[in-house]
Write a protein that binds this ligand. Structure first.
Ligand SMILES: CC(C)(C)S(=O)(=O)N[C@@H](Cc1ccccc1)C(=O)N[C@@H](Cc1c[nH]c[nH+]1)C(=O)N[C@@H](CC1CCCCC1)C(O)(O)C(F)(F)C(=O)NCCN1CCOCC1
Length: 330
């Protein structure tokens, strides 16, 4: 089997991408953020206090003839940006792009933090990290990909995220029409549960490529690209008026500045992020100061190859044994 579904940016600066999914019988459609940086599938639900729901679609297990309570099981998750949610668990039929998993663990939120309430275009997350990161207790649950794996034509899913446009997630096949040339693969270290791998180096603009191993996680659920401070300062040294602002918590620069491109390596292959992707957003709608899409990872303890980087390539997450990740030019 295979599946293919849209990845729709939820705002004009691609802060996140959501994908239509269906849960239950008859199908209830929700827009979820497919997130390779976590492994919980959770949704706004009929159990979420109405004071915490603001425009989101909800899943009502009571309206599904195939829902089953996973009694005694709970979950609680905290994300890197401080947001979080917790609740109970049902199993139900779950479909993404025509690919169905029966009795997928669907984590129903009984509490969500304010940033989720405020994000009305996001009805929950589909974690596509390794199942070891799942927070359901007393027994942890499998991700949609791990449940779908036995029926997939190929043990892969792919991400084709786009700049200010709708892209796609495919399951079970690699769509040759979505990239040119060959996919370059590199090994993944699946502990502690992220898609952890190395870049083979980087270049700022037309500068020389610096060969250096940079370990980090490819994370569709993180908006920006977070790299070591030395690399980030080398980049913004090329940007007139750039400064590392304590106030804004990162590098800002005049929106009129000319930004260089940023190139990263995967083994012998090279992928160039256009300057427009790094001119991320105005710090406020009327401001002429802009916030960078490339920021320092020093506060995170881990380098994160987020959407700003991933949307510059066609990315293959391969669940083969051993797992690996592949990048293709598009
Ligand atoms: C634009 C921005 C100023 C950088 S943002 O912070 O607003 N963007 C958010 C995403 C977002 C989208 C829409 C609305 C609100 C927030 C962002 O990039 N958040 C990252 C930032 C980060 C990472 N690390 C430090 N900071 C994050 O938490 N991403 C997680 C998914 C997000 C959570 C908020 C809602 C959207 C999806 C994540 O899963 O990708 C993660 F990997 F970063 C993460 O936190 N994974 C949780 C890992 N735990 C380990 C222990 O076991 C349980 C799972």
């Amino acid at each position: 089997d295979t599946g293919s579904a849209a990845a729709v940016p939820i705002n004009e600066v691609d802060i996140a991408y959501v994908t239509p999914v269906t849960v239950g019988t008859p199908p209830q459609t929700l827009m979820l953020d497919l997130d390779t940086g976590s492994s919980d599938l959770w949704v706004f639900s009929s159990l979420t206090p109405s004071s915490q729901v603001r425009g989101q679609e909800i899943y009502s297990p009571a309206k599904s003839s195939t829902s089953k309570l996973l009694s005694g099981h709970t979950w609680s998750i905290r994300y890197g940006d401080g947001s979080g949610s917790r609740g109970t668990v049902y199993t139900d039929n779950f479909t993404i792009g025509g690919l169905e998993v029966e009795s997928q663990a669907v984590q129903t939120a009984q509490e969500v933090s304010s940033s989720f309430t405020q994000e009305q275009s996001l009805d929950g997350l589909v974690g596509l990290g390794f199942s070891t990161l799942n927070t359901v207790r007393p027994s942890s649950q499998l991700t949609f990909f791990d449940n779908a794996r036995p029926k997939l034509d190929e043990e892969v899913f792919t991400a084709d995220l786009k700049y200010h446009a709708t892209g796609s997630y495919d399951f079970g096949f690699i769509d040759r029409a979505k990239y040119t040339g060959n996919i370059t693969y590199t090994p993944v270290q699946q502990s502690p549960g992220y898609w952890t791998h190395s870049l083979s180096g980087y270049a700022v603009g037309s500068g020389a490529f610096q060969s250096t191993q940079i370990q980090g996680i490819s994370d569709t659920g993180t908006t920006l690209l977070y790299l070591p401070t030395a690399i980030v300062t080398a980049y913004y040294r090329q940007v007139q008026g750039a400064q590392n602002s304590q106030y804004y918590g990162g590098y800002v620069f005049p929106c009129s500045s000319t930004l260089p491109t940023f190139t990263f390596g995967i083994e012998g292959a090279r992928f160039t992020i256009p300057a427009s992707y790094i001119n991320y957003t105005r710090i406020s709608p009327t401001s002429s100061t802009c916030y960078g899409g490339l920021q320092s990872s020093s506060g995170l303890g881990i380098n994160i190859f987020g959407d700003v980087a991933l949307k510059a390539a066609f990315v293959v997450f391969s669940g083969t044994n051993p797992p690996r990740i592949g990048f293709g030019t598009k």
